[in-house]
Design a protein around this ligand. Structure first.
Ligand code: ADP
Length: 359
């Protein structure tokens, strides 16, 4: 049976649409509405399908009022065991046998979830900034008052204040990085960069940190360049974060190792790839935390992260940069043994050979 073009168009609209007659019976439901409310709804009283007093009132108003215009309302409806946030529009119809109403439902659940995430993010940022700010204000007050003439206390407090200001500075820097990376995420890098050179830089720049932690960074690198399409500054940021985390959360006096591997066919990337693994000998991370580590501000141990000067944004930045490079981030960890963070990037060489690992 083929429907008239107009009905076919309504059927194809992705928004759920219903029509009720003057007795408030459902006389039409397009494909999206049948999917949303269930296949057998035609002929049923409207109130038994959309159980929402506000929507029901709007339909009654449209059916009853001579001057009725379209009614719009936001509603939380419960359909087939799911709660959905919808924007509903009820419009009057003149049917052959009397007044009717057309309803259109726009699913706003994902918009609501995005809005909630934005609110949570702002709340988190405010909280993260307020903690060091409160400390700074407290120390300023003490330095002005009781500790005014105590040189030793003053020096100690200034040291703490410097650390807290540094934390705020890092947080703002990470927030800016994150927003920059997010803004560019759809733009794929087109420049060829040598990963071995990047890693050599990172290891050199972190050697004072490693020394301070009494730890060693060992990089086992191929002696020929390993080229990927990449943004050099962002790739430095990725490995800087991963190696620094290895030092922060690794075993005191332990080793953080960086190694390369070639993957002939990476199933998710569907092609040859280069894998760089940063492994530490720290206490490891329990498996329930692993899927959440790249969320902004997610920390396994907030106290430990703060003590180490962490912002809780490092892995979120890493994840976004890796996404921009069309790569994958793999996190493996074993309690008591250590953690391995592997960045897998597409190998631009069509030969499929990938980089030659060494060592
Ligand atoms: P932070 O600034 O807190 O280090 P990250 O986003 O870099 O933020 O990491 C998030 C959390 O993941 C850390 O707080 C820590 O709990 C955990 N984590 C990251 N790297 C490691 C690691 N190498 N070993 C153990 N835990 C880690």
């Amino acid at each position: 049976m083929s429907l008239p073009a107009y009905d076919q168009a309504i059927e194809a609209v992705p928004m759920a649409m219903l029509v009720v007659d003057a007795q408030m019976r459902l006389i039409m439901a397009n494909a999206a509405a049948r999917e949303l409310f269930g296949a057998g709804i035609l002929g049923r009283p409207f109130v038994t399908v959309v159980r929402h007093p506000g929507v029901n009132d709007a339909v009654e108003k449209v059916l009853g009022g001579a001057e009725a215009g379209p009614e719009k309302l936001a509603a939380m409806i419960s359909v087939q065991g799911r709660d959905l946030s919808v924007q509903t529009m009820v419009s009057p119809l003149a049917l052959e046998d009397g007044r009717g109403a057309a309803l259109a439902f726009e699913d706003r659940s994902s918009l609501d979830a995005a809005e909630q995430m934005r609110r949570d993010f702002v709340a988190n940022v405010s909280h993260e900034l307020r903690t060091p700010l409160t400390a700074l204000m407290g120390f300023i007050e003490t330095l002005r008052g009781p500790a005014r003439n105590d040189e030793a206390v003053r020096d100690r407090f200034l040291g703490i204040m410097e650390r807290e200001a540094g934390r705020m500075n890092r947080l703002v820097g990470d927030l800016l990085s994150l927003s920059r990376v997010e803004a560019e995420e759809r733009r794929r890098p087109v420049q060829g960069v040598d990963l071995t050179a990047i890693l050599r830089n990172v290891v050199a720049s972190l050697s004072p940190t490693a020394e301070a932690a009494g730890a060693e960074v060992e990089a086992i690198m191929p002696d020929t360049p390993v080229t990927v399409m990449g943004d050099p500054d962002q790739l430095v940021q990725v490995f800087d974060n991963l190696v620094e985390n290895g030092l922060k959360y690794g075993r005191a006096g332990g080793k953080v190792s960086v190694s390369f591997a070639a993957i002939a066919h990476e199933p998710v990337l569907r092609g040859p790839a280069v894998a760089i693994t940063v492994a530490d000998q720290g206490e490891g991370i329990s498996s329930e935390h692993l899927p959440r580590l790249t969320e902004r501000f997610y920390r396994v141990d907030t106290h430990r992260s703060r003590e180490q000067g962490g912002t809780g944004l490092g892995l979120a930045i890493v994840k976004h940069i890796v996404n921009r490079h069309r790569g994958r981030l793999k996190i493996e960890s074993e309690k008591g043994v250590g953690s391995r963070f592997t960045v897998i990037l597409p190998d631009p060489r069509a030969t499929g050979r990938g980089a030659e690992p060494k060592g």
